[in-house]
Write a protein that binds this ligand. Structure first.
Ligand code: ATP
Length: 286
């Protein structure tokens, strides 16, 4: 007698026919997507394509009109933002969401408490508080902010706040991290640091990256989905998707434009000859 093969693990994130309308405008139109553990998945597309709306639907700050969202096989379509956060969806924002009055360290400690499974009453246990602080310091070291741990977060530069926002997002060891234009407004040095941080994330963390910098996408993402008018127009391995004539044409109006990856990099998951992307208005590097 042969035993049945083990059931395949559910994807970390499954989107099925996700749709969001604003009046007559369909911002996200029937998007389906599967992400496995450790996925590095970019979502690109022109301004207004629906990328941020898609992240909002996944994070729970917006609700779909149709479709379903499952995290680790659990339907979370009707769960609120806080519940999704507790279940392990973390997000880093275009505008960093740091508490300016708190120290840099306390921002990360607080984020870890909020997301952590044992956060209830943790403030009453000094040993747990200490271990939270040690963990927070490690996250700050990873983003290069450990030296500023005791400074007020309000004293940080924009680039430093983005790094702090990322450290806070990572504080709860989330299985799914949503990065909303992490490179926007960063200097070249900060982008290099960002590539190192995201590239060095634990393999178990699945990442969805919305980004206008195609070099960053090429460096970080193994897979890429292209949205246009809310619909998926291409999806698959980053290198293949970025090389498609219709994707190149969508960004350049020409199928012939091609530039090397960021800073001449050739070591990222999707690195190679890729089209540049129309920069967003907030893009400091474009
Ligand atoms: P960008 O790259 O410029 O950030 P995007 O791809 O993230 O664009 P979204 O911000 O998701 O695009 O917007 C998709 C469409 O939905 C746009 O036409 C936008 O104007 C519209 N939209 C987004 N949010 C709302 C809202 N709350 N009410 C009405 N329309 C909205």
């Amino acid at each position: 007698m042969t035993s049945a093969p083990p059931a395949a693990a559910p994807p970390v994130l499954a989107l099925d026919g996700l749709t969001r309308r604003y009046g007559t405008l369909t911002a996200v139109d029937g998007v389906s997507l599967r992400l496995g553990p450790g996925a590095r998945h970019a979502v690109i597309g022109p301004n207004g394509a629906g990328k941020t709306t898609l992240l909002n639907l996944i994070a729970g700050t917006d609700r779909p009109d149709r479709g379903a969202i499952a995290l680790d096989g659990v339907d979370i379509t009707r769960r609120g933002t806080a519940a999704r956060s507790r279940l392990g969806i973390a997000r880093s924002f275009q505008q960093p969401s740091v508490v300016t009055e708190l120290s840099v360290l306390d921002n990360v400690v607080l984020a870890g408490w909020t997301h952590g499974p044992r956060h209830r009453g943790a403030w009453r246990r000094p040993s747990l508080h200490r271990s939270r602080q040690e963990t927070a310091v490690r996250h700050l070291e990873a983003v290069g902010l450990a030296d500023l741990a005791h400074r007020p977060a309000g004293a940080l530069s924009h680039g430093q706040r983005r790094m702090l926002d990322l450290a806070a997002a990572l504080a709860g060891d989330p299985p799914l991290l949503l990065l909303d234009e992490p490179a926007a407004g960063l200097t070249d040095a900060d982008i290099d640091r960002l590539l190192g941080i995201v590239g060095g994330l634990p393999p178990a963390v699945a990442v969805i990256l919305v980004e206008h910098h195609v070099e960053v996408v090429a460096h970080l993402a193994t897979d890429t989905t292209v949205l246009a008018s809310g619909q998926v127009v291409a999806t698959g391995p980053t290198r293949e998707v970025l090389a498609r004539p219709e994707v190149r044409a969508a960004y350049h109006g020409s199928a012939s434009a091609a530039v090397p990856g960021a800073s001449g990099r050739s070591d990222g998951p999707g690195a190679g000859h890729v089209p540049t992307v129309c920069p967003s208005p907030t893009d400091a590097r474009g």
